[in-house]
Design a protein around this ligand. Sequence first.
Ligand code: G3H
Ligand code: ZN
Length: 277
Amino acid sequence: PLVSLTEAGNRCRAENTGLGAFNVVQLEMATTLVDAAEAVGAPVVLQISQNAVKYHRGRLEPLGLAALRVAADARVPVVVHLDHATDVALVERAVELGFSSVMYDGSALAFEENVSTTREVAEFCHARGVSVEAELGEVGGKDGVHAPSARTDPREAAAFVRRTGVDLLAVAVGSSHAMTERTAELDTGLIGALASALEVPLVLHGSSGVSDDGMKQAIRAGITKVNVATHLNVCFTAAVRASLDDRPEAVDPRRYLGAGYAAVGPEVERLLSLYSG
Ligand code: G3H
Ligand code: ZN
């Protein structure tokens, strides 16, 4: 069934397990993720980013409604989440469509502006029963640049959560977006300090750059939601490329896309098992 991110996140935080959150750009990814989550018996977050909406030429509804239907039919708890939204109007559309969670990303704003905009978004969402994730301390690297130096200050984070009322907080602790090698060094001491300073679950963006051992340590230290996109794209693309090389005569996309998703499924099962300890 569809559940809120607050419910799934708080349960994982209490159990000290990780909650896998994976980006969805095509319908097949949603079904692949839910099949994997059911195989492991773990909850999962299907996240659709503002960039994915842009890829669908501004349309949120077709993919969003498909993800919501896949979630409703699932035998495990599934969150349908809007990822990295900077456009408040898009947040409102996702809430109206039935998303159970949104991330409003004001991390590029100055602290006070991030507080005031995030608080308005949280009031809107909470009035409609929708969870809110926010970000403080920018996790860089969205253009493929490894920018690991940003850090979230625990005292500032506590004030931010108190003043905005958000349900989860994305923190900068050494990861970067879009890494294709798993070489990021996380600041586990800082993760521990943030987990003690805050009552809400912590989110790690850019988890593709983190090794299996690094992720286990980060979860032990206090990370709950684990955002992964690029790592699965690497698996998917390698399998699609191998399939096209093997069968140069293939023209039916189900053949090579199917090969890609067939590689992604077992990797998601492996990651979800790792996160749930
Ligand atoms: O919000 C999405 C994630 O932070 C994904 O980052 O592509 O580096 O795994 P990644
Ligand atoms: Zn992210």
